[in-house]
Design a binder for this molecule. Structure first.
Ligand SMILES: CC(C)(COP(=O)(O)OP(=O)(O)OC[C@H]1O[C@@H](n2cnc3c(N)ncnc32)[C@H](O)[C@@H]1OP(=O)(O)O)[C@@H](O)C(=O)NCCC(=O)NCCS
Length: 304
């Protein structure tokens, strides 16, 4: 249980800026985060919500299964600011889990910097400070999400045992070399630091795996080369909104679909997305698995 006095301390304007730098916040977002924390530190009712969510986040640390408690169960509608502050106020608990697993410090902070990344994508999407992806952040705050080179990985239970669920942050091109390097680093890293989750394969669920992409982009593109690594399972589920979000940084509502002709397409992917939707097509998120790389004996290799 993280009480309100502890939350006040952890969100204090003297200590927060250093933490925000480590979490990858851009300056404009850091200034607004400190101001939001200052407001909430003075409001008893908001403080209680932050304490409750931070405590639930802390309870979920170390649990990589859907049985982890929902930290947002008492979050009032539209209060993503409180979710963000709860994440900031529970960093110590996630760090303690990383320390227990002997995660190198740079990888620990680098992985938690997913928060700064999400806040900056929020600004790109909405033109303002916020965190509309706070739902996803409970995964990052489980203590299992590791940002290793180009990709992020987190252990996830599957029907056949543990898999390494793979996430692709919006952080530059997805070159085949960068994916090879991340895959090669991930398997020994998790074997060493997460021996309680012996993984058997990589897994991914994403719009990036929609086979339509391979029909519309050249075989040499990073996206198509990334797709080739995965063996798809089942059939995708319709998700025009996720493609519009990740390709245009625009939020749309399935109940009130956006007119694709209103999207400004500058890249070949964006043009392909718009043309496909205008022609009456749809986009889907697909799930797939990829094999772990063969272990290469490198006794002197430094820890990933
Ligand atoms: C995954 C990602 C890094 C791939 O980018 P990439 O390495 O540039 O991909 P490619 O080389 O295959 O790009 C081919 C073309 O599509 C464009 N493109 C690729 N991803 C794009 C995106 N998300 N938005 C707009 N255009 C994109 C490229 O700019 C390039 O355009 P061009 O031919 O006009 O120069 C990129 O899509 C991205 O950052 N996505 C956001 C994160 C995400 O979707 N994660 C998965 C969540 S489930």
């Amino acid at each position: 249980m993280i009480d309100e006095a502890t939350i006040r301390d952890r969100l204090h304007p003297d200590s927060l800026p250093d933490l925000l730098v480590r979490l990858g916040f851009h300056d404009d977002d850091a200034v607004e985060a400190v101001a939001a924390a200052d407001r909430v530190r003075r409001r008893r009712s908001d403080l209680a919500v932050v304490a409750r969510s931070a405590s639930l986040l802390a309870e979920g640390v170390g649990i990589f299964r859907p049985t982890a408690p929902d930290p947002w169960q008492d979050l009032p509608e539209g209060r993503e600011d409180l979710a963000l502050l709860a994440l900031l106020a529970s960093v110590d608990e996630v760090r303690a889990e990383h320390a227990r697993r002997r995660i190198p410090d740079a990888i620990s902070w680098g992985s938690l910097a997913d928060l700064g990344q999400q806040v900056s994508v929020n600004r790109l999407t909405h033109g303002r400070f916020g965190l509309d992806t706070y739902g996803w952040m409970r995964t990052a705050w489980s203590g299992g999400l590791m940002w290793l080179g180009r990709l992020e990985f987190v252990p996830k239970p599957s029907a056949s045992g543990w898999v390494l669920d793979t996430h692709i942050p919006a952080s530059g091109p997805l070159t085949p070399e960068s994916v090879d390097a991340a895959f090669a680093a991930a398997a020994p890293f998790f074997a060493r630091h997460f021996p309680d989750c012996p993984v058997t394969a990589f897994a991914c669920t994403s719009w990036l795996l929609d086979p339509t992409i391979a029909d519309l982009l050249p075989a040499s593109s990073n996206l198509v080369q990334f797709q080739r690594r995965w063996t798809l399972a089942g059939s995708g589920y319709r998700s025009d909104e996720s493609v519009i979000y990740f390709a245009f940084n625009v939020r749309s509502d399935p109940e009130d679909p956006i007119d694709p002709r209103t999207l400004t397409a500058r890249t070949s992917l964006q043009r392909a997305v718009v043309d496909h939707l205008v022609a009456g097509g749809h986009w889907s998120a697909w799930s797939g698995t990829a094999p772990l790389p063969d272990p290469t004996p490198t006794p002197d290799a430094p820890d990933a």
